[in-house]
Write a protein that binds this ligand. Sequence first.
Ligand code: PLP
Length: 422
Amino acid sequence: MSNQFHATLGFARQKDEADPLSKFRNEFYFPQYNGKNAIYFCGNSLGLQPKLVKGAIEQELTDWQELAVGGYLHAKNPWLYYQHNFNKPLSKILGCLEHEVTVMNTLTVNLHLMMLSFYHPTRERYKILMEAGAFPSDQYAVETQVKFHGLDPGEAIIEISPRQGEKIIREEDIIESIKKNKNSLSLVLIGGINYYSGQFFDLKMITEAAHKAGAIAGFDLAHVAGNVPIQLHDWDADFAVWCSYKYLNGGPGAVGGVYVHERYSKNINQARLAGWWGNDEAARFKMEKGFIAKPDASGWNISTAQVFNMVALKASLELFQQTTIESLSAKSKMLTGYLEFLLQQLSNINFEIITPKEPKRRGAQLSLFFKEKGKEIHQEMAGAGIIVDYREPGAIRVAPAPMYNSFEDVFRFYEILKNFNE
Ligand SMILES: *Cc1c(COP(=O)(O)O)cnc(C)c1O
């Protein structure tokens, strides 16, 4: 791929002109730096605000002001059915059936709820297999679930690490461990893209191996949703959870998402902790005894739709509906490929790209590890109005988001590194 790229501003601008998705950039607000738009590469932490959001929030405020309780049925987007707005766009982004997806709560809460539904340890089968270095919140969730069932985390949790001297986990090691533990494994829970390394795992292969071992396959897709196209239904994943404030641009603390394969949701007796919002809508206000789950993912909804926690995501998804996750991904591969190409031109700085080289094993993000001067470089970036994420002891995560980043943004980032120390 790399010989199609050139390390010049002119080339970057040419790529932007030819980019069919470049129009989306104008649909977002960029943070300001010295009176100009900053260059933003933190869409993997908090996506930018779509300009549509303000009007969408105002609509709900107006409906609340003018209709009050009547808004549940008569708001422009009736609050009683608010979650319905998300099925179609999210099913396209996550590759599942419309009734296999819903929005509710937030990511870690949903992870707990899914584990309550799908992690039922027995004497024989009680282990959870996950990647070492998972996002801390996921680690805490798994650790406390295991303890909740009276088990010892040290015994019940299997963590797969990179091999000695390596930074990336080998998928064959995951599969090998699944096979080895096939009699004791209850749940395989993997972060689809590791937040630190940017490694994208083969969810299909892992699901197959988990099922062959008689275990459930669940995924945390925080860094996948809106970033990489996947096929949750066809790949046969059992459940998945994600947040909406990273690549989905739903705003800080936005409502989380949940996927449940229909073989479970159609069984209204599948174990769960329930509330009235998971009950059949027609019966919801009858206030009768006896919970009857909706026979789809929304049967896991518990409380009243948190409209103001959902409205920004609803607006953001309107942009996703104007394109496809496949088109976004095609641009993303070029954009991140260009970033990688430019980084390979540098000889003045001592650093390493941790993220896998093969485009199909990563998403938008590249994680760079600076053996020295990582902090200084990060400061230099900040001083030039480039916002990237820094993690001790020297990792800079750069995530050009195809929805709003440009080839020129990527070039500007490279320029700072190229001129560093000169
Ligand atoms: C961002 C992220 C979270 C954050 O969880 P919240 O409950 O939304 O705070 C959890 N897990 C992973 C893998 C993440 O990337």
